[in-house]
Design a protein around this ligand. Structure first.
Ligand code: SF4
Length: 177
């Protein structure tokens, strides 16, 4: 039986959701028997693959790059999972919304600078005016709430989804885009 292709992605989040995913500990070995991790901060792949069965997305959409990335991921993923409260509600990164991008950049790079006060524009993603959860840009199939979701939540959800999908790969297509 071929393994399901699994990806994990990190948009605007703190990495805590990925850390909690890794807290599955030895249960990761059982998962590894059923999936191949084809793209993730945890592995070396640089380009999101053309066909992925399940993608876990941590973090909200905060920049132009995030927006492009989540749309590309959706186009190439059968089952998209919002992992954690930042992906689902905006949560921590959305705390900047009432303040405004310009005010925050000025405060960080101009007012608090002790030398070379300037807002960086080269090599950094352009921030969007408002941080939004991923479902405001693309269809999300499964929501795993929590800040972060517990390792037990990851284990239950992934075991169930992977087991169903392994029995009937077309089930993923019915769930997905
Ligand atoms: Fe970090 Fe919590 Fe956001 Fe996950 S939901 S990325 S743990 S702040």
């Amino acid at each position: 039986m071929s393994k399901l292709k699994l990806a994990t992605v990190w948009l605007d989040g703190c990495s805590g959701c990925h850390m909690s995913f890794l807290d599955m500990d030895e249960r990761l070995l059982e998962l590894a028997a059923m999936v191949e991790v084809v793209y993730s901060p945890l592995v070396d792949a640089k380009e999101f693959p053309d066909e992925v069965d399940i993608t876990l997305v941590e973090g909200a959409v905060a920049s132009v790059d995030d927006e492009k990335k989540i749309k590309k991921i959706r186009a190439h993923t059968k089952l998209l999972i919002g992992m954690g409260d930042c992906a689902i509600t905006g949560n921590v990164p959305a705390m900047r919304n009432p303040i405004g991008v310009e005010e925050i950049l000025n405060r960080a790079y101009i007012e608090n600078a002790s030398a070379q006060a300037q807002i960086p524009t080269v090599g950094v993603p352009k921030l969007l005016p408002i941080v939004r959860p991923i479902h405001e840009y693309v269809k999300v199939d499964v929501f795993l709430p929590g800040c972060p979701p517990s390792a037990a939540t990851f284990n239950s959800a992934l075991t169930a989804l992977v087991t169903v999908a392994a029995l009937d790969i077309s089930a993923l297509t019915r769930f997905g885009a």
